[in-house]
Design a protein around this ligand. Sequence first.
Ligand SMILES: [Zn+2]
Length: 391
Amino acid sequence: MILSGARVALGPGETAPLEIEIRGGRIRRLGRRLEGRPRLRLEGCLILPGLINAHDHLEFNLFPRLGRGPHPNAGAWARVVHRPAESPVREHLRVPQSTRLVWGGLKNLLSGATTVCHHNPTGAAVFRRRFPVRVVRRMGWAHSLEFSPDLAARFRHTPADQPFVVHLGEAVDGSGKRELRVLQGMGALARRTVLVHAVALDAAEFDRVRQAGAAVVWCPSSNLFTLGRTAGPELFQSGVPVALGTDSALTGAGDLLDELRVARRASGLSREDLYRMVTIEAARILRLRHGEGAITEGGVADLAVVRDAGRAPAASVRPPELVLVGGRVKLVSEALAGGLPGALRRRFEPLQVAGRPGVLVDADVSGLVRRAVRALGPEIRLAGKRVRACM
Ligand SMILES: [Zn+2]
């Protein structure tokens, strides 16, 4: 397939009028004029790299936010919300886990995210067949020092060229500072270590993180909800690499587009800095090896196509009209669907979440809705937004 007629993002502030040839799931060529068919005409569009959500718990995205803070630390929050026998957790846990995971994938797809770092096991069969987005597999992880007694072993078993992702410093009391010392004492603060949250750390501690070559995933809306605070200038001026994550709907504000808005308000960082946090910087931190987060020849064809308002890529991140994951169309607007072959169009079902344009997605939306409604009643919400299986 050749994508033609659009501007192509080459960085946060750089574009070129290029055509993209996709073959075998990869970007085969970029060029001013490419021969070949079929062609998908994208006049008036801007092609961005698919975004990268560096932290989510996919199975919790139909849940409402639970346990509004401020709490002193994540353990205190967890003890308040962990009520599996009580409503609403009880009803939500009745939705099959595979169904909940796919809904989490759809939350990300609708925002233009094509890669997600899911913080939980990724072995389930549901990830292997028609899952809406790419889920990072080459990684090690542990929940946290508090809830993972085997953290040191998990770290050791993570190959040096893969990220080891762990919640740390999700606190505004002294417990967070203790955690960095304990992690370092175990020998688990290293180049491959990726600390999720790190709200409790000060400038000197971020300097230790930087010296170790480790990185941070920042989830500001989740932090503000549970702790009433998030990381500030001491993180952004430390030189520690930072990626952005939504966390799940249990605590996060919504999808990655919502998170970018919260992040900008909370930090005053430039759109360019934030764009890097959901593209190339996230790819580097998560050790993604196939060109994710960029549009380059030979890289995976993970693309999010948006309406072109003539602005720079960093100022153009908005709900997508078309999303490709590994060259496969996973989401398309009704306006662009007419340009796709009929056999392909038949795979799609309509989906709309409140406040966003209706789109067609490559998923069994009617089945997903049915299985959710059976447990939750007629009104279901995806990361806080009401879902409709029609447009
Ligand atoms: Zn988390």
